[in-house]
Design a protein around this ligand. Sequence first.
Ligand code: ATP
Ligand code: MG
Ligand code: MG
Ligand code: MG
Length: 577
Amino acid sequence: MKASQFFISTLKEAPADAEVVSHQLMMRAGMIKRLGAGIYNYMPMGLRVIRKVEAIIRDEMNRAGAVELLMPVVQPAELWMETGRFQAYGPELMRVKDRHDRDFIIQPTSEEVITDIARQELRSYKQLPRNFYHIQTKFRDERRPRFGVMRGREFTMKDAYSFDRDKAGALKSYQLMFDAYKRIFDRFGLQYRAVAADTGAIGGDASHEFQVIADTGEDAIAYCPTSDYAANVELAEAVSLIATRAAPTQALAKTPTPGKSTCEEVAALLGIALATTVKSLVLATDDKNEAGDIVKTTVWLLLVRGDHAMNEVKVGKLPGLKDAFRFATVTEIEEHFGCKPGYLGPIGLKKPVKVVADRTVAAMSDWVCGANEADFHITGVNWGRDLPEPDLVADIRNVVEGDPSPDGQGVLAIQRGIEVGHVFYLGTGKYSQPMKAQFLDENGKPQPFEMGCYGIGVTRILGAGIEQNHDARGIIWPASIAPFQVAVCPIGYDRSAEVQAAADALHAELLALGVDAILDDRGERPGAMFADWELIGVPQRVVLSDRGLKDGQVEVQGRREAEASKLPLAEVAAAVK
Ligand code: ATP
Ligand code: MG
Ligand code: MG
Ligand code: MG
């Protein structure tokens, strides 16, 4: 590639709205260009990185036995109604209508469509296991798009979906993806951690996030340096919350007073110790069997830190109640209860803990919510949404450095991370059962698919990679995902026939060796030329000048190296390869 035929557009200054270094550097290096809030053009330089990220992902997904297909960006709402997500997803889901007034969505993820494909195509156990993936544009109407491609509204994700005949098979598929993810992130050359994550409103047993370690990360990770324990802080907190719970079997033994009980009292009845910095409102929902008996009660804890509604909500299942421990995000609460955006609700307690009447909720000043049942709705209460978010780094947590590790193998350390991947065992409840996606087993009996889903934030990788790899001069791409591996920088390309001939020849030699090299034939002054390639973050630079060529020498400098080393021209290709 010749620079004159490519498109290079660098900036001295980053726009004022770029808060984090990766956003600033991507803008300055001309990798992205803003079109709207959380919506970016991927410019040629940035697209090259995206394509390299995608190629590594494809390679490892294929190696792990996943099959690529491509599902539409715009999807009919009917499918999303089958799982209830059309109503339940909340404001992040972009809903659109066509000219016939029919409902569609712009996909934030593709479980419904892939499950629809599976129920038509995978009819027999003999066709299982199967894992389909695609690399496709996603749209999520994020409440706060920010940090450039890190939290965009339109972004690219690789999402894969596994279909198995039973849970053991699904967990095997999960492990295959987990291992593939490790290879992928190793190949990206990023420092990351796979951490246990909550299974949220989806339920299930297994979920891991792949977190790139970075101080600017929006997530916090708790890990134990002396053992393998690593979890996102929400999960670690949940575990510690449960650990500090008093007399859990007392839960529900007494009945809270309708309309009078405070959240603290309800929590006490449920045997939950509330941390001083955290206020919780306890919610419960019942699952009933056909006879109307309560077979499962899930308890939801809505946590508020200081004055702020946290973005996370914990949902615990206490031993006194019948189900497994779990927690979810506010979004998932919204999904679960199907509320409108604008106020956070509906929130309420249902049987058997019927305590929340609007007086109670109203009495909790600063709580803004509705309830689970129409009569309990409280609107116009101003909560959470308009309050500033907790400080990114210094927010208050239940779990702090030095707390005992839940595995008993040492104490916890905490670091910040960027979620770049997520693997999730789904089971049958969320998609295959509601969508009646079934295969026939050996006995000819229909069985629901055991599913898993696995995402990687393709475009987010760029931001995360830069957060981890930069200096004062710009980006330092890991070689595997750099837009170019080598910049051939002739000094006086437009003036010296000898420099031009040597640079052309070296460029051709590198290309023939399969090295992704760019020849800077723009005739820029050395300072400006070097500054561009340092900002763009190309890992190797080769400088050719009349003076050096007189002795048959060129200068080679790695992006992390303080000084260039002189090499005979004939040895350069082998050295940078
Ligand atoms: P987050 O917690 O950051 O909002 P998520 O848990 O909602 O992410 P998933 O549904 O797990 O995201 O999607 C899989 C992957 O897609 C994430 O691990 C992340 O890398 C990426 N991703 C999610 N939301 C965005 C976004 N708004 N912009 C860019 N990438 C995203
Ligand atoms: Mg999200
Ligand atoms: Mg997440
Ligand atoms: Mg996730």
